[in-house]
Design a protein. Structure first.
Length: 247
């Protein structure tokens, strides 16, 4: 495979927490079988009825082993739930895009810094270091972006791009993701496969986002793995976010 034919794509596994450990392990098994490294997006606080990361030693051990196999760990909010405040239009965007989980969408810089530091402290207690941040719903306020840069993060991700910190550059990479239980779920699964085929044909870098809830729908798993397999077969090189921004 020539260098010219090669292009990069990123697979991320969202909502990694004690309550989602089983489906996360299934996604990692699928990816390990294919030799595809992923970025695991950790929720440090309690999530989905499960304990915080500090109370989940099995999960901590699991993600450390995942790093040893070439996967990356990144921060994915603190509680992964919406917070009050901000203008009404941001509330509407949060409901539409993130189903109300846009935790960092309306925060001031000071508010964002406080939550980010809390998350980093939980990770540090588990001997986990991270350089990147993906906000829930890919929604980050201007204050959040300033706080990320001030705290030394190397990158953050939005729905359409990967943003180097503190001042760029920006890597244009649209993210393909399922919406389990939403309107048009089946159509969306078809579009993931077709969009990945189009991006692959044009050699456009892109991302595939996997969620634990996807595995409740066998068709969504099949579509995501088909998109990954056809991209690798066509010359796509899977990389983690950290590799993407440091190469």
């Amino acid at each position: 495979m020539s260098k010219r034919a090669e292009f990069r794509f990123v697979v991320s596994v969202h909502d990694v927490a004690a309550s989602t450990a089983e489906p996360v392990a299934q996604w990692l098994a699928d990816l390990d079988e294919r030799g595809v490294p992923a970025t695991l997006l950790l929720i440090p606080g309690p999530f989905g009825g499960g304990p915080a990361l500090a109370g989940a030693p099995d999960l901590v051990s699991f993600v450390h082993k995942a790093v040893g196999r070439g996967h990356e760990l990144a921060l994915h909010g603190f509680l992964h739930e919406g917070v009050p405040g901000g203008p009404r239009w941001r509330h509407h965007v949060n409901q539409l895009v993130a189903r109300g989980a846009g935790e960092f969408w309306s925060l001031t810089e000071d508010q964002a810094r406080e939550r980010l530091r809390a998350g980093l402290e939980v990770l540090a207690d588990a001997d986990i270091g991270v350089v990147g941040f993906t906000p829930p719903g890919w929604l980050a306020s201007p204050g959040t972006r300033r706080a990320l840069a001030a705290l030394g993060f190397a990158y953050w991700t939005s729905h359409l791009a990967v943003h180097r910190l503190p001042d760029g550059p920006i890597v244009r990479m649209p993210a393909l993701s399922h919406r389990p239980g939403g309107i048009g779920e089946r159509t969306g699964a078809h579009l993931m496969v077709e969009a990945s085929r189009t991006f692959t044909r044009t050699r456009m870098p892109f991302r595939i986002a996997l969620h634990p809830a996807d595995l409740a729908r066998p068709g969504l798993r099949r579509a995501a793995l088909a998109a990954i397999d056809q991209t690798v077969a066509a010359g796509g090189r899977p990389v983690t976010y950290e590799t993407l921004v440091t190469e």
